[in-house]
Design a protein around this ligand. Structure first.
Ligand SMILES: *Cc1c(COP(=O)(O)O)cnc(C)c1O
Length: 432
């Protein structure tokens, strides 16, 4: 039986498997820390969206910042997915993975002129514009390049998605999007600017949302605006992009399935007479989050002397930021549950010189040094947020399908980490 929140992770006998592969065996083969992803889990998650959207003009744009590893992007591109990008780097990455530029939407509050020029040159489907200042610059860049930028306005619908403040994006005092009450004026301006073609409206109200109601509230506000914009003749056939944000189960959360969420939104769209519109979604976490695990080796068990036990593992906050950054709870389980050791309550911590470097607190584990543990639901905002803090190379990654496993990213070496840095010349050392 698979573990809660990790559809393709299950014990076979005492050994934890991802699809058909033992995670301890993968750890021995590829070393630790190691990210492993289930291909079936990702494709199943995508098909939930696709089933609900079948028979209507639509595009699912994977928000690649959740996990931007090339092979992951390649998998989604081959499955017909579009992409939501937030930087010029992501644009080059997704093109390198084989994506069609015409299936890419470009979001983000701080697009540079260089990024805009490049996106126009390759022909992205749409810019999701986040401010009226950006409208002016984009029009200018497009005119200079002799092109037309297709745009959607990202509206901040001022709804509370009820998530962590760092990942809530749909409230008024938030840097994202154009305030709902300024939106019509922005559409008027966009329609008047020479380099732009207004093609859509979008929102993205937050992340790890476990309830359909904020989506329905945001949708209603968007549809009110669409009606006003089209009534004024500022645009026709605006597409509706409802963003991403659907949550996954880390610790027993019960978000609606993607299929159920999308169906309820489509029902509302149809009921309000907008069934003819092209519909876009930008899911990130819900496509990849439950597909990944981070496998790590137990280095030391120690007792603080103050009644606390620490399980020091070789993965750290540089590999997996979510616990340190959002105090996120992620399930940690042994890769071998034969359990010769006595179960104890541990704080599972990494080697980094920060007290904030922990992966889990107060976890009952029966482990000894040399055992492997797996952090579950580590497919999203995990490897893509990894850093080199403490001069630690980033982890290796493997993709698993059935009983096959492919190395999709080599572990970073020390040479990789030093590349590009320069020592000062000798004469610079006499400055003091
Ligand atoms: C991050 C982001 C998403 C994806 O969010 P998830 O919570 O991972 O689904 C979608 N759209 C935009 C604009 C984003 O910034």
């Amino acid at each position: 039986m698979s573990l809660p929140g990790a559809p393709y992770v299950a014990y076979r006998g005492d050994e934890l498997h991802l699809e058909g592969r033992s995670l301890s065996a993968l750890a021995r083969e590829f070393g630790t820390p190691l990210y492993a992803y289930s291909r079936s889990s990702m494709l199943d998650a995508l098909s939930g969206y696709e089933r609900a959207l079948a028979g209507r003009e639509h595009l699912v744009c994977y928000a690649m910042k959740a996990n931007s590893t090339l092979a992951v992007l390649q998998l989604f591109a081959a499955a017909g997915c579009g992409f939501d990008i937030v930087s010029g780097g992501e644009l080059e990455r997704v093109l390198a993975a084989g994506a069609e530029p015409s299936r890419v939407v470009f979001s983000g509050v701080g697009k540079t002129r260089t990024e805009m020029r490049r996106a126009l040159e390759v022909g992205v489907r749409c810019f999701n514009v986040e401010s009226s200042a950006e409208l002016e610059v984009l029009s200018e860049v497009a005119v200079a390049a002799g092109r037309t930028a297709r745009i959607s306005l990202r509206i901040n619908p001022d709804v509370d998605a009820g998530t962590h403040p760092y990942i809530s994006t749909g409230l008024k005092n938030n840097k994202f999007g154009i305030a709902h009450d300024q939106a019509l004026a922005s559409y008027r301006r966009a329609a008047a600017l020479p380099g732009l073609e207004v093609v859509g409206i979008d929102c993205h109200i937050g992340s790890q949302i476990v309830d359909a109601s904020p989506y329905l509230d945001a949708l209603d506000r968007l549809l009110d605006l669409v009606e006003a914009v089209e009534a004024e003749g500022l645009a026709r056939h605006l597409h509706l992009d409802l963003g991403g944000g659907l949550g996954i189960s880390y610790t027993g959360e019960t978000p609606p399935s993607a299929e159920a969420l999308v169906r309820s939104l489509l029902e509302r769209i149809d009921a309000r007479g907008h069934g003819h519109r092209t519909v876009l979604f930008e899911p990130g976490r819900s496509l990849v989050g439950n597909a990944g695990v981070l496998v790590s080796e137990v280095l030391y068990l120690k007792d603080s002397g103050g009644g606390k036990n620490f399980c020091v593992v070789d993965a750290a906050m540089n590999d997996l930021m979510r616990p340190a950054m959002y105090e996120a709870w992620m399930n940690i389980v042994p890769c071998d549950r034969a359990g010769r050791a006595t179960p104890r309550d541990y704080d599972v911590v990494g080697p980094i010189c920060e007290s904030g470097d922990w992966l889990g607190r107060d976890r009952k584990l029966a482990v000894t040094a040399g055992d492997h543990v797996a952090v579950l639901s580590a497919g999203a905002y995990a490897m893509s947020m990894a850093s080199n803090y403490n001069t630690r190379g980033r982890a290796a990654e493997v993709l698993v399908s059935g009983d096959r496993a492919w190395l999709i990213r080599e572990r970073e070496t020390t040479a990789d980490l030093l590349r590009g840095e320069r020592l000062l010349p000798n004469d610079a050392q006499s400055w003091y």
